[in-house]
Ligand binder design. Structure first.
Ligand code: PGA
Length: 253
């Protein structure tokens, strides 16, 4: 059966020393058995922090992830960070297609296709984000939006590759706004996403796919959201920046 996962997306927050402290706090809490060992715990610090954080965490208990990667393997791409570089310092997963990257940095399905294939080729796990903006939800287009995002990138993958993908449904109107999708809204669209996966790759693959919810998830609402049958955990922004808040969400399971 699929794994429950709680992943922290630190975004552009903390200095390196603050990040190392945060990571140590999370790693210690998880290693001391303060969470259900079955729940996967992922942290995605900024690029500058990854090496130092990687030196301090228990990699058996905490999965180190990056927030993005380059579209190319190597070469003259000033300012970019390759998947091989990330892999060489113990990074095992990469967040791709976050709405902030799609909106502010013009990420398209074409760039995401290149990135996801590089991540998979390097035996790492993509955490692939999808989700609609408020106007699309209000127009009743959210199902079509996530379908298009899934079909144009994820459904180009072979079933074997797809099995390594973690999907994160993040309604853009809920990210960093304090407005959370209701558990009914989350369940409805997660079930729809799983149905699409099942139609494409079969029920076994669909049943084994972890689908995370993201958008103003915090300790006070995580239980309700995660109790939905098709919500397998969360991608957490703001509430991943404090050990107690993040562990409060991890311990929901
Ligand atoms: P938030 O961010 O929890 O701060 O809403 C979630 C995300 O962007 O992954």
């Amino acid at each position: 059966m699929r794994k429950n996962i709680v992943a922290g997306n630190w975004k552009m927050n903390t200095t390196v020393s603050e990040g190392v402290e945060l990571a140590k706090g999370i790693s210690n809490a998880v290693s001391n058995g303060i969470n259900n060992a079955e729940t996967g715990v992922v942290i995605a610090p900024p690029f500058t922090h990854l090496y130092a954080v990687g030196e301090q965490i228990n990699h058996d208990k905490v999965c180190l992830a990056a927030q993005d990667c380059a579209t190319e393997e190597k070469g003259a791409y000033t300012g970019e960070i390759s998947v091989a570089m990330l892999k060489s310092i113990g990074v095992k997963a990469v967040i791709l297609g976050h709405s902030e990257r799609r909106t502010y940095y013009g990420e398209t399905n074409e760039t995401l296709l290149k990135k996801i294939n590089l991540v998979l080729k390097n035996d790492m796990k993509p955490i692939f984000c999808i989700g609609e903006v408020l106007a699309q939800r209000e127009a009743g287009k959210h199902f079509d939006v996530v379908k298009e995002q899934i079909e144009s990138v994820l459904f180009t993958l072979s079933a074997d590759d797809f099995k390594n993908v973690i999907v994160a449904y993040e309604p853009v109107w809920a990210i960093g706004t304090g407005v959370t999708a209701s558990s009914e809204q989350a369940q409805e669209i997660h079930a729809y996403i799983r149905k699409l996966i099942s139609e494409k790759y079969g029920t076994e693959v669909a049943d084994n796919t972890t689908i995370l919810y993201g958008g103003s998830c915090k300790p006070s609402n995580a239980k309700e959201l995660f109790s939905q049958p098709d919500v397998d955990g969360g991608l957490i922004g703001g509430a991943s920046l404090k050990v107690e808040d993040f562990m409060g969400i991890v311990n929901t399971f």
